[in-house]
Design a protein around this ligand. Structure first.
Ligand code: HH2
Length: 269
């Protein structure tokens, strides 16, 4: 995953009618599969397939609905590109189980294993898990964005959840930590967590950064969701200082180019 001398790039495939940046564009399975294959052509190292929006205010969907959305897409991608690394973006063990059976190898859980069956499932499957920090749930998370020390609190939470994952039998090198940009944080909290990404990486686990097109970019610049690529690249730069990082993005080609050039310059310094 990290053989290219730069952070790995995870391309987002939202099979949802209501995601904040691209809701509805890839809701039909054939659209989602075609989009995923384009992202692989553009250099995505991983694809993250999601069937439920986690944007602020979003209502959850039942696991059966989520399974019906994502499984045909995972199967369709792997039929054309069998060596693709597929991640399932879900907080439900039932959805993760179906996705792992269909060929996914990473479970991206924005609740860091709140579903009690999740971590044992990941361990049994020998899969990788992304543990993300979120306060509450998407419907309510932006109501509570005050912390005494956001970086200390988020890093403490992630350390604890990583220990829980280890106790459940997940291998240490199969645990990825994510500060959860935009999940129950205000602008200042998001910026502090971005600046502290190398400190999170210093805990010894790979880190994942999901800042692509998020609203903190608009709070700084006024850019609407379709024009937040430059701000997204500025955020992706934080990953360069981390030895094993994954950036989760909508704009794969631009991010791959940005990281390849920035990493080459850093390597020549
Ligand atoms: N952000 C989103 C969804 N999943 N997973 C991780 N690990 N980290 C993130 O920051 C993250 C995530 C939100 O982005 P998106 O998928 O584009 O939107 P939506 O949740 O509305 O589908």
């Amino acid at each position: 995953m990290w053989t290219r001398g730069r952070p790995a790039v995870m391309g987002i495939v939202n099979v949802t009618p209501d995601s904040f940046a691209d809701g509805g564009r890839f809701f039909a399975p054939e659209e989602a599969i075609a989009h995923a294959l384009t992202l692989l052509d553009e250099g995505a190292d991983i694809l993250d397939i999601g069937g439920e929006s986690t944007r602020p205010g979003a209502d959850g969907v039942p696991s059966g609905t989520e399974i019906d959305r994502v499984i045909p897409v995972i199967v369709g991608i792997l039929a054309v590109w069998p060596e693709a690394l597929v991640s399932i973006d879900t907080s439900k063990a039932a959805v993760a189980e179906a996705a792992l059976a269909a060929g996914a190898v990473i479970v991206n859980d924005v609740t860091a294993g709140r579903d009690e069956a999740m971590l044992p499932l990941v361990a049994r499957a020998g899969a990788t898990v992304v543990l993300m920090h979120m306060r509450g749930e998407p419907r309510t998370m932006q109501a509570e964005t005050a912390y005494d020390d956001v970086v200390a609190e988020v890093h403490h939470f992630l350390r604890e959840r990583a220990a829980d994952a280890g106790r459940a039998g997940v291998a240490e090198d199969a645990i990825v930590l994510d500060p959860g940009i935009g999940f129950g944080k205000d602008l200042d909290g998001n910026l502090r967590l971005l600046a502290a990404l190398p400190d999170l990486a210093a805990l010894g686990f790979p880190v994942l950064l999901g800042a692509s097109r998020k609203s903190f970019i608009s709070k700084l610049t006024g850019a609407d969701v379709a024009t937040r690529l430059p701000g997204s690249l500025a955020a992706a730069q934080c990953a360069l200082a981390c030895p094993r990082a994954i950036v989760r993005v909508h704009d794969v080609a631009a991010t791959v180019q940005f990281l390849a050039v920035a990493a080459a310059i850093a390597g020549a310094a």
